[in-house]
Design a protein around this ligand. Structure first.
Ligand SMILES: Cc1cc2nc3c(=O)[nH]c(=O)nc-3n(C[C@H](O)[C@H](O)[C@H](O)COP(=O)(O)OP(=O)(O)OC[C@H]3O[C@@H](n4cnc5c(N)ncnc54)[C@H](O)[C@@H]3O)c2cc1C
Length: 368
């Protein structure tokens, strides 16, 4: 929105005023060029490492990821990764409690099935189980394709130019593993990046995350939870799923075997230690998250100037990994804060003061 642009200019000007040396032509160039501009003389191993990190954080590699976005994304793990007790579930529970504390209601197992807009009337959100909710403002935490499906033919302008399917971006192939904790080296890192070849993705690059040993909520006694993911193209999975179910199952097995073997580089003995292995494809993602085609990660961050704006209409807003700064817990939270402030501004209400950080006992630096 124009207010957002003014905000960026105001913040940018005050940041530059604090140290005029920041006004460097290289920094300006970085707003337009890819990370690769900084890696021309980098050893191949470093470039691959950066590509692996960027693929997770920016959904594209150094040849395409915008340099300013890439700098922020690469800095995130360097600032320190933390784990919450209970993992992602703990985060969701904390957010739900915050909503309730502020007088809100959280309704579980309610799927929005329709959004009805009427001129000069509140919006109505209908749910599959027959609920109808009227709202002055709707904030949709969905992909643009999911929102378009809920609106039917009544699409706001930004959704009218939506291609029939995402042309860029990814799906994920996942392994959810339960393993004996003896296979996890004592005091070792909880996150690993494994690269076995290029192009990255499709099992050539893996990202492993282990549950911390101190978190008894994540796995039975003596075991750990492990997730392994690789970026994968959506269409081959859907073609096989609809056209040749046996080939779909066989591809799933191939990916599982290849990934487990490759992951042994980081966790030797993984296959013997695994008690449970559940594979997930883009079809699984669509089923459990309702994201169309199992499209995850939002749009690759190739340009600062092509991002989706969060305002669909004056009273319908978009949050989540589609809007800048894209995917990850940190980025979607930042995008959400920006939208909350914009809505408060547009309704003439003051922005609340920043909240205190969560109690320290819930946050743990990464490590065993
Ligand atoms: C394999 C993988 C690994 C990742 N690892 C990390 C990581 O280690 N750290 C990190 O920070 N980020 C990670 N991410 C990214 C992170 O998961 C996403 O950025 C984040 O989940 C995106 O949040 P979102 O709110 O945009 O969408 P979502 O998380 O998809 O949330 C949308 C919600 O809306 C619900 N919904 C959908 N349709 C409807 C409907 N019609 N009615 C009601 N509800 C509906 C869905 O059930 C879902 O709960 C990972 C992503 C993937 C795919």
């Amino acid at each position: 929105t124009p207010a957002d642009a003014a905000n960026v200019l105001r913040h940018g000007a005050s940041w530059l005023a604090r140290d005029p040396r920041r006004l460097s032509p290289a920094l300006l160039a970085d707003a337009f060029r890819p990370v690769a501009a900084h890696l021309r003389r980098a050893p191949a191993g470093l470039r691959q490492f950066v590509d692996g990190q960027l693929l997770i954080a920016a959904q594209t590699t150094s040849a395409h990821a915008n340099a300013l976005y890439g700098a922020a994304a690469l800095d995130l793990p360097r600032r320190g990764i933390v784990h919450l007790t209970g993992g992602m579930g703990g985060l969701a529970a904390t957010l739900a409690q915050a909503i309730q504390r502020h007088g809100g209601r959280v309704l579980y197992r309610q799927e929005a099935s329709r959004i009805l807009r009427q001129p000069r009337q509140p919006i109505i959100v209908a749910t599959k189980s027959g609920g109808r909710f009227t709202a002055d403002v709707v904030i949709a935490n969905l992909t643009p394709w999911n929102i378009a499906a809920l609106l039917g033919d009544d699409l706001p302008r930004p959704l009218r130019r939506l291609p029939s399917q995402p042309r860029t971006g990814w799906g994920a192939f996942m392994l959810y593993v339960g393993l004996d904790e003896q296979a996890v080296p004592n005091g070792g890192p909880l996150h690993h990046q494994v690269i076995t070849g290029e192009p990255l993705g499709e099992g050539n690059s893996l990202f492993l995350s282990l549950s911390p040993g101190w978190d008894a909520n994540r796995a039975p006694d003596g075991q750990r939870a492990l997730t392994i993911s690789t970026h994968t193209e959506l269409s081959p999975w859907w073609q096989l799923f609809h056209g040749d179910r046996a080939a779909y199952e066989s591809r799933k097995r191939q990916y599982t075997e290849h990934i487990l073997a490759a992951a042994e580089v980081a966790l030797p003995g993984l296959r013997d230690a695994a008690r449970l292995i559940l594979p997930g494809t883009p079809i699984t993602f669509q089923r459990f998250t309702r994201r169309v085609w199992g499209w995850v990660g939002g749009f690759p961050q190739t340009s600062l100037f092509q991002a989706w704006g969060p305002r669909l209409t004056p009273n319908m807003w978009l949050v989540g990994d589609t809007i800048f700064p894209g995917q990850s817990t940190a980025a979607t939270a930042l995008g959400g804060l920006r939208v909350a402030q914009a809505i408060l501004r547009s309704t003439g209400q003051p922005s609340p003061r920043p909240q205190a950080a969560p109690p320290v006992h819930q946050l743990h630096p990464s490590g065993d």
